[in-house]
Design a protein around this ligand. Sequence first.
Ligand SMILES: [Zn+2]
Length: 91
Amino acid sequence: MTLADRISAAQDQNKNKYICKLIMITKDPKLSKKDIDALTEVINSTEHSDGHIPNARLAHALREEGYDVSASAVDRHRGGRCACYRKAGEK
Ligand SMILES: [Zn+2]
């Protein structure tokens, strides 16, 4: 690994440090753009949006696809209380 590769890898790790488990799924290289778009849309939907899926049901669907995510993780992300909303340097 060259130094440039190593720096780039460290930057990638740092990027993922401040995202929660739910958003981590949207970074899964196995997913197609269509999957990621659909997932992102449903994550960002509110109970008034078309096609909205409640937290528990979304978590269940993701677990069926093999992702370890709980309803409370979905709830924290949608409520802005997850790692995604923490600023660098904060714990
Ligand atoms: Zn999040």
